[in-house]
Design a protein around this ligand. Structure first.
Ligand code: VGL
Ligand code: ZN
Length: 205
């Protein structure tokens, strides 16, 4: 079984959002087309309490994009984003959500960030995504969404470690660090991840 996993296609990561990814909305039509090719579609959702320590606003004398240590882990400080229940945390209105069977939320613990849909950044806790995929007899996982260089990358990388064949659909991702995320893609490929384009899955698109 193959699964499409749509990572964090939320208002705050698209133009006009608080942590906007340039052209982050441009990949949504491709993601909607891709969904037609899969019997199992899953999504992740960044879902922070307002008190989350990854927010610069929750530290004295800090500004967004500063780098600090948070509970011994490297942490980039972000603008407030994807606050539970806010408009910014909702899926982008253009995203077709009808086929999404399960949504895995992450980033609820205020003390630790969670880029991957499988674990928090300290691997303290699993979201249960591995068990869900195993129960559905998934062997191949295909990733798309936002941001390509952060949450998509970390989720797709963990999928390999969790024993799944992992594909990152490059033209269905958009990085925060606009343009170049070749370092992340190279690391992904070094770990036997496979970078593809959507036309390999949607022949006539
Ligand atoms: C993300 C930064 C902070 C992402 C989430 O979805 O890529 N990036 N939280
Ligand atoms: Zn976040």
């Amino acid at each position: 079984m193959r699964a499409l996993i749509i990572v964090d296609v939320q208002n705050d990561f698209t133009p006009g959002g608080s942590l906007e990814v340039q052209s982050g909305d441009k990949i949504i039509p491709t993601i909607n087309k891709l969904q037609e090719q899969f019997d199992l579609v899953i999504a992740t959702q960044d879902w922070h309490p307002a008190s989350h320590k990854s927010f610069a606003s929750n530290h004295e004398n800090a500004k967004p994009f500063d780098k600090i240590k948070l509970n011994k882990l490297d942490q980039t400080l972000w603008p407030d984003h994807c606050v539970q229940g806010s408009k910014g945390a909702e899926f982008h209105p253009d995203l077709n959500t009808d086929k999404i069977e399960a949504i895995f939320r992450k980033g609820m613990d205020p003390e630790i960030d969670s880029y991957s849909g499988f674990f928090d950044n300290g691997r303290r806790k699993s979201t249960g995504l591995t068990g869900y995929l195993q129960e559905r007899e998934v062997t191949e996982t295909f990733f798309c969404g936002l941001a390509g260089d952060i949450c998509v990358f970390y989720t797709a990388k963990d999928a390999i470690e969790e024993g799944f064949k992992s594909f990152l659909i490059q033209d269905a991702c958009q990085p925060l660090n606009h343009g170049d995320y070749s370092d992340a893609l190279e690391e992904f490929e070094k770990r036997k991840g496979i970078v593809i384009n959507s036309n390999r899955l949607i022949p006539q698109f």
